[in-house]
Ligand binder design. Sequence first.
Ligand code: ADP
Ligand code: MG
Length: 382
Amino acid sequence: MERADAVATSYAEQTGGSPDGVWAAPGRVNLIGEHTDYNDGFVLPFAIDREALVAVGRRADGQLRCWSRQEGTAPELAVADLAPGVVSGWSAYPLGVVWALREAGVAVPGLDVMVDSDVPVGGGLSSSAALEGAVALAVADLTDSTLSRTELALAGQRAENEVVGAPVGVMDQMAALLAQAGHAVFLDCRSLRAQAVPLDVAADDLALLLVDTRVTHAHATGEYGARRRSCEQAARVLGVPALRDVTPDQLDAAGSELDPVTRRRARHVVTENARVLATVELLRAGKIAQIGPMLSASHVSMRDDFEISCPELDTAVTATMAAGAVGARMTGGGFGGCALALVPTAAREELTAAVRAAFAAAGFRAPEVFGVTPTSGARRLR
Ligand code: ADP
Ligand code: MG
């Protein structure tokens, strides 16, 4: 409860009163299923033990005031004036959610919002969706809204798309709102059906280790757009609504219709969807250690077919595997960010040292290496 006390104290310092409540929502890591979301495919994220907290209180005068212990004070605004284009800076995330919920029919009152998050910003762990998830649940609770958690996740996505102006999918918000402790969220990005899949790694004496390379290669955004266009082109040539509708065998048979590069891009997406489904089956059968080869095959596919890895990510994967990881892959959009390794708990320290040594030998900036535990989604703390 320490962190809940701290955010409530900061709230009191700014407003002179106590909040109506404190809510939290987590960041996330994607276990497997990369670049499948915009192809109507499957993803398998889990919530991590890093969270955004918000202390929120209603105001009678219809004004919105936001503070962040990390980012400072945001300009004040009336609920009635909220609209895309009106808010900029970090408060576009929380106030974007308030706007999206108002658009969804929620009678939003004036609010004071104090934010405190330990999800690192821009590190690929989705600090934005954590913040959106916490605010969405807070507003829903304070207004006795009947919106489902999926609808709250969609409000977060809409905030980010229309108020922040970032064309993101809904995976991160779904993880932040729907995750359960000890489970991953198996999400069908076409139907938005989400199912909890057991991921109790500790029970199998395994741990999930994250290697943050602390690099972001500058061409990432342009390459992301190019990959999306390749996937759309492949679907068009193959005559399907999205690559989700193609099996690996069908793609093999369609050989000559696609140019070699587009074909490799499509092969990543098609085989990655198959790997997510296989991973879900293994986890449901309690065979956690056996997902290792799926993770490693996913990395090879992103490195060679989708071509979105980089030397730092490849080094993280090679070094953890050489030191005894069960499986490892880059996670996130690519060209930097984090790699995820499934490792025997007993070998954690040794593995961490091996990764650091490999980065030093390659002349890379020292990585941050830390464990993550599958935790629960957004919740009220008090
Ligand atoms: P990420 O991968 O971490 O989600 P984004 O660029 O999508 O990166 O979102 C990061 C943005 O979210 C920050 O620039 C800031 O505007 C907002 N944000 C995240 N955490 C906080 C916080 N603790 N306080 C205020 N704003 C935050
Ligand atoms: Mg984000």
